[in-house]
Design a protein around this ligand. Structure first.
Ligand code: ADP
Ligand code: ZN
Length: 361
């Protein structure tokens, strides 16, 4: 797969099931220095692959706390100390955390060095490795410091998924279901008819589903890299999902929070816009089938959730912006825009309705 980045006619390649040792060795011949950044979990499992003469291996602690100025600073210094120059390559081997951090280092070190993503989690494969968003967290919130920076290549090896814990598979399924709802009825139906544990054995199905999701994301970001309209459709479930993540101080996983977010935003789409009741129920059912409605909130937290939504960097005035489905597979368009503004009062009603009529916990 070749991806056009729409910036300066740059292109990058997405390769599947590559022999990693050979791939890294080839790059060692092409660059002055090659460094690979990974987390300790992955290093423990895959250290043999990384034992390559001349390859600099950098490690971070797993988890969001590593997306910080302190960790970035340590890595920047380590790279410069080891004589990293403009003709050097930085590879990120890991999930979204490793990818975001590696991307941001590559974007800023020496004003930009070449970057390759090797996403190892389901979320990173179908979502975060594509689209050029890189960054770290601030005390004020997640991903507030960063830049748009594209890799020269993304290497997808589905074998990595064999060691990914069930909980992390579920997080990726949250994003995959999202792609079905916003853009692909066929994908949604396929997920509806799949066994809950299809990720464990059906290799052919997995590869085709991953490719489909990557294609959807690529098409969307190619048309609207800087999120002026179309890219917002990827935020379905995330307006409310992000507020729930913040409510739990980011201790609950992203996919679990956007699962509830998709359920509530679908109720909003049904109650106030065109989503049919039948489609709403299908969405709730598929989220339940994959265990994606396990996080909740209580009535006393509704106002706080609304405050968090209003604080979000994507919202402007007193109303809150949503991208909502009009049917499964399609995001509604009003006045040529893929977003709608909804008042705080309306969202409050929907948040309460969810607790009274839909909460399953
Ligand atoms: P995400 O990819 O969901 O954005 P992380 O980068 O935090 O988030 O990855 C989630 C967790 O999964 C981390 O603890 C990471 O070490 C672990 N992980 C990622 N890929 C693999 C893998 N292929 N095998 C085992 N653990 C993995
Ligand atoms: Zn997401």
């Amino acid at each position: 797969m070749i991806v056009n980045t729409t910036i300066k006619n740059q292109k990058y390649r997405i390769s599947f099931d590559v022999n990693l040792k050979k791939f890294i060795k080839r790059n060692l011949n092409n660059y002055y220095k090659v460094a690979i950044l990974t987390d300790n979990n992955l290093y423990k499992i895959y250290k043999d692959i990384l034992k390559i003469k001349g390859l600099l291996v950098l490690k971070i602690k797993p988890g969001e706390t590593s997306k910080s100025h302190i960790v970035k600073n340590r890595l920047d210094e380590e790279l410069l100390r080891s004589k990293f120059n403009r003709n050097s390559l930085l590879i990120g081997l890991g999930g979204g955390v490793v990818g975001d951090l590696t991307g941001f280092i590559a974007a800023t070190l020496l004003r930009g060095v070449d970057l390759i993503h090797i996403p190892t989690s389901l979320v990173a494969i179908v979502d975060s490795s594509i689209g050029g968003k890189t960054g770290i967290n601030s005390n004020m919130g997640k991903n507030l410091i960063g830049s748009f920076y594209n890799p020269t290549e993304i290497v997808v090896n589905t074998k990595f998924l064999e060691t990914l814990p069930d909980k992390e598979i579920r997080q990726g399924l949250g994003e995959i279901i999202k792609y079905g709802i916003i853009k692909d009825l066929k994908l949604f139906r396929k997920l509806e008819s799949s066994n809950v544990r299809f990720m464990e054995n059906n290799k052919k199905d997995i590869a085709s589903i991953l490719k489909k999701c990557m294609e959807i994301k690529i098409k969307v970001v190619q048309k609207d890299f800087k999120e002026s309209d179309l890219r917002s459709i990827l935020n379905f479930g995330h307006t409310i999902g992000h507020a729930i993540e913040k409510l739990y101080s980011y201790k609950k996983s992203h996919g679990d929070c956007i699962g509830v977010g998709m359920a509530i935003e679908s109720i909003l789409a049904h109650e106030y816009f065109d989503l049919k009741h039948e489609d709403l129920l299908k969405i709730i059912n598929i989220l339940d089938k994959f265990g994606l409605r396990r996080v909740t909130y209580n009535i006393n937290q509704v106002e706080l959730l609304l405050d968090y939504m209003q604080l979000d960097k994507k919202n402007k005035g007193s109303s809150i912006t949503f991208s909502l489905p009009c049917k499964i597979g399609t995001i509604m368009k009003i006045k040529d825009k893929h977003t709608v503004e909804v008042s705080r009062k309306t969202i409050k009603k929907v948040l309460i309705k969810y607790l009274n009529e839909f909460k399953n916990i």
